[in-house]
Design a protein around this ligand. Sequence first.
Ligand code: AMP
Ligand code: GLY
Length: 415
Amino acid sequence: MRVLLIGGGGREHALALGLVADPSVEALFAAPGNPGVGEVAALRDVVPTDPAAVAALAVECGADLVVVGPEAPLVAGVADAVRAKGIPAFGPSAEAAQLEGSKAFAKDVMTAAGVPTARAYTCADAESVGQALDDFGAPYVVKNDCLAAGKGVVVTEDRRVAEEHARECGQVVIEEYLAGPEASLFVVTDGETAVPLLPAQDFKRVGDGDTGPNTGGMGAYAPLPWAPPGLVDEVMRDIVHPTLAELRRRGTPFAGLLYVGLAITAAGPRVIEFNARFGDPETQAVLALLETPLAGLLHAAATGELAAHPPLRWREGAAVTVVVAAEGYPATPRTGDVIHGAEASGVIHAGTRRAADGTLRSAGGRVLCGTAIGADLAAARDAAYELVRGIELADSHHRTDIAAAAVDGRIATPG
Ligand code: AMP
Ligand code: GLY
């Protein structure tokens, strides 16, 4: 089949590697892609959030499947526009993508579906903000009620910081703090049938020991050696299937990738957030372990045939990915620096570009990811950091503790 991949970050490089490894893929196109994606796909130019332009490109490429990576095109209706041309698209409709696009919508769906999540208030003025902060107490969780690329959330002990974030955002969702280790579960679904991938853990804070501001994610590993037995089954039964059923009931079925961001609390798994697409950088780790051909799986989801798809096969062992970020990330990343050492297998491109002089340059906050698999988590972690040591980017930074607590057995679920 001929596949068109939309997006150009680390997630899309990982998706591209998975798609070209599928023997059923005869041609892979990507737009806009990045230099890493360009090594395995034919790059095309398109504004990813322009539904008509993406649909036209899909026709031009003769695509049998369009895979939409990031959230913004989904919320803009890119998958709908592609499907309107009769081409299968992996990714939810604009309406179903509101599960990620609006925190208030997601809370409403969860309430209707009886899905366990933090109690929350949607607040649009200082008075209701004050009441919500009083009700829950510290630590305060204040979320921008619009797409914020993972950076619209403030978790703080400082009341003034919480109030200020609420003021800057306009409408916010203020919620109860959930205590417990976090997990990301990706679920491939055609709206009805749902297939979980291996659970992963992301590292949201910029600094070692979970310090500093939230980022898009600084590293990840899969699977989770500390996960309680039955975790995935429980999440599918209590969270995923009720959510999918509620969206079907509303007439806006969710087909694509349902990303369930969880806190594993004393009372069991609780939803922190839903996303409508693969997570970045968890995808780099999860797909490194997937043996089942990726294009076939995504095509089955895009065409409503997931029930007939064979069970997933996974490599033994574990995978770790470590993000190398630009100086200044997440606040104001510096771009344009020369990169060396990105040729090694396992180096995934996120924010890179090829300059006119042929050099590889940084072009975003998260620049590259060292992704490796190993016989166990410790071996995968060592191999990922070996890749990171080989990358040269002036003043870059990365976390040194990705997967460390899990390797050392220091992660415990409460209760
Ligand atoms: P989100 O964008 O909703 O995933 O939030 C970003 C990060 O903020 C999450 O990965 C958590 O680390 C943290 N966070 C969000 N909501 C909560 C909550 N209710 N309790 C504790 N931490 C949270
Ligand atoms: N890694 C977090 C996200 O993709 O939203």
